[in-house]
Design a binder for this molecule. Structure first.
Ligand code: E4P
Length: 217
């Protein structure tokens, strides 16, 4: 399973990238706002730092303008995945840009039918939003499982990128179901290493080690 960082915070991405855990990055207009940075500049910096796909989102709502924006974003670096919303304009943009050989991430997916359309439009990634479904008392994980089944039924190569991940459990569940990628905020990714028994065990080992009076270096 691939891990993408859902952030436009260059320092937070760099910190995780140093661990070798970062297979890509996803951004969106809200994350660009949060970063306080210019979209073209910060995206270029992220692309230079991370080897894998870096999603940069279009903001036009009509297909022609979306295609133009997508082409401009794709010029930033070869590892750009143009992110388009799951609307008919977004699907048309997905088809045009994927036919041009560009990676496309179709975002804001909330149903299996939407995921089917994205796959048929040639999407590289489909981004079902788990947390936002959970927020309205629907089952985000069930959507990931349904898309997995449907894509496998027909052999679609579009990668399932589980998004809107809010907890470590979302990551583990996505892995169990067979999502190809998860994208999560840096704070959620950092929590994946945490376990109270690890902390307790380490504390006991350190206490005993101190009693030995030894040093390794
Ligand atoms: C995915 O690409 C989105 O940027 C992101 O996962 C949305 O997450 P949120 O619902 O927590 O804003």
């Amino acid at each position: 399973m691939k891990f993408f960082v859902d952030s436009a915070d260059i320092d937070a991405i760099a910190e995780l990238n140093d661990t070798g855990m970062v297979d890509g990055v996803t951004t969106n207009p809200s994350l660009i706002l949060k970063s306080g940075r210019d979209i073209l500049e910060v995206t270029k910096e992220i692309c230079a730092m991370v080897d894998g796909p870096v999603s940069a989102e279009v903001v036009a709502l009509e297909a022609d303008a979306m295609i133009e924006e997508g082409r401009k974003l794709a010029e930033i670096a070869p590892n750009i995945a143009v992110k388009v919303p799951l609307t008919w304009a977004g699907l048309k943009t997905c088809k045009v840009l994927s036919d041009e050989g560009k990676m496309v991430n179709v975002t804001l997916c909330f149903s299996v039918n939407q995921a089917l359309l994205a796959a048929k439009a040639g999407a590289t990634f489909i981004s079902p939003f788990i947390g936002r479904l959970d927020d309205i008392n629907l089952d985000g994980m069930e959507l990931i499982a349904d898309i997995r089944t449907v894509y496998d039924n027909y052999g679609f190569g579009t990668e399932i990128l589980a998004a809107s991940i809010r907890s470590a459990n979302h990551v583990a569940e996505s892995a169990r179901i067979g999502a190809d990628v998860i994208t999560a905020p840096p704070e959620v990714l950092k929590k994946l290493a945490s376990h109270p028994l690890t902390d307790k065990g380490l504390e006991a080992f350190m206490a005993d080690w101190a009693k030995t009076g030894q040093s390794i270096l």
